[in-house]
Structures are given as structure tokens and as C-alpha cells.
Ligand binder design. Structure first.
Ligand code: C5P
Length: 204
């Protein structure tokens, strides 16, 4: 099963809730793109230079721990997770995500996980798991998403909204609903409402 959607549409929280209700893990592909970005930044790689970015990834083995209550990313004994939602990673991640070699690196790790699971990201239903049994795509207006993010971070809602619009634009190529995905506007719903809609869609 796949849950894709735009930035800050609630994908992680919804995927976690759905996964817990179904008693299966969920996989956050975005966290792997974020880990790739962190490594490239730490190695001072030019984010548009695929060779340099892949060289940085080659020296940093990572492990995605697909916990239903929230995924974690490990580099040997170092838990990278708390660093993956920093503003500098937010700003760099879209540049990294357009590199085909980075997409292959992420997808290879996702495909190693035995099903069943909920895969969450941008292109899970289109490119990575096109044969998934149920597909969902979450949207909401930039303002609604910015307001939700502002409750998690000590940042100005206008600045968050501008950054989200910029990231939507940069991610547009890899972020489109699959033809067979159920599109859910999360704007008028709370978290339990979205989880309920997804579960109803799965059980149809
Ligand atoms: O889901 P999240 O917002 O954490 O993803 C971070 C970034 O990773 C996105 O802005 C996008 O650039 C990239 N991404 C992607 N494909 C995915 C998941 C994430 O390109 N399947």
C-alpha cells in the first residue's frame, strides 16, 4: 500500500496511524532522501554534482528502521533522525532528490523490505511500487500545511509557506498522483479523519 503527497500534507503521521491500525510497518522514503542530503552537506559536496553526492553516500552505510510509531535512520550507531528535519536539510533535499543515482540508492533500500508495509513519499505509487494494492495521495493548500508545520517548529508561518511552495515546485516532477490513487484533500480533516478515510479505502 502506498501513501504519497505534497510536502507537509501529513503523510508521515497518516502512514504511521494507518500502519499501526493494520499492524504492519511503514517506510518513509523522504527520510532516506533527507539522510542523503545530510551526508552530502557534511561532506561539503556540491548538491548538484551527482558523482560527489554518490561518493558521500558510498562512505555512509545507512539503515532505515521502519518503526510504526515513527521511522528512524541509523548510520552505524548514530541516530540521524533528529537532524533530518533541519532547515538546511529542507532547503537542500529537492536538489538531491532529482539526481537519478540518489533515487536508485533510495529505491534499492526500500525494495529490500519484505511486504506487507505502507510506503510513504512522492513516487511510491507511480515508480517504486506500481503494483501496490491500494494507493493514496494527500494534498492540502500551502497555507493549511504551513499552519500545521508552524505548530511543530519555532518559525514564522509565512516563511514556512514560502519554503513549502518552493519545495512543491522543485518536487513537481516526481510528485504526482498515480492514475489509480485515491486523492484526499486533508485540509478539512483532522489526523484521525484522514486515517479513517485511508482505512475505509483499503477495506473497500
Ligand atoms: O516527505 P518529505 O517531505 O520528508 O520528503 C523530503 C524530500 O524528499 C521531498 O521534498 C522530495 O524532494 C524528496 N522525496 C522524493 N521522493 C520521495 C520522497 C521524498 O523526491 N518518494
Amino acid at each position: 500500500m502506498t501513501i504519497d503527497g505534497v510536502a507537509a500534507s501529513g503523510k508521515s503521521s497518516v502512514s504511521s496511524g494507518v500502519a499501526r491500525a493494520l499492524g504492519i510497518p511503514y517506510l518513509s522514503s523522504g527520510l532516506l532522501y533527507r539522510a542523503a542530503t545530510l551526508f552530502a552537506l557534511e561532506d561539503h559536496a556540491d548538491l548538484s554534482d551527482q558523482g560527489a553526492v554518490l561518493a558521500a553516500l558510498g562512505t555512509h552505510p545507512v539503515r532505515l528502521e521502519p518503526l510504526a510509531e515513527g521511522n528512524r535512520v541509523w548510520q552505524n550507531g548514530r541516530d540521524l533522525t533528529p537532524e533530518l528535519h533541519s532547515t538546511r536539510v529542507d532547503h537542500g533535499v529537492s536538489a538531491i532528490a532529482v539526481l537519478p543515482g540518489v533515487r536508485a540508492w533510495v529505491n534499492e533500500q526500500l525494495r529490500q523490505v519484505p511486504p506487507p508495509f505502507v510506503a510513504e513519499g512522492r513516487d511510491m505509487g507511480t515508480n517504486v511500487f506500481p503494483h501496490a494494492g491500494a494507493k493514496f495521495y494527500l494534498t492540502a493548500s500551502p497555507r493549511v500545511r504551513a499552519r500545521r508545520r508552524a505548530q511543530e517548529r519555532p518559525e514564522d508561518v509565512d516563511a514556512i509557506e514560502a519554503a513549502l511552495i518552493r519545495r512543491d515546485d522543485l518536487d513537481r516532477v516526481q510528485s504526482a498522483p498515480a492514475a489509480d490513487a485515491v486523492v484526499i484533500d486533508t485540509g478539512p480533516l483532522d489526523l484521525d479523519g484522514v486515517i479513517g478515510k485511508v482505512l475505509a479505502g483499503v477495506q473497500r
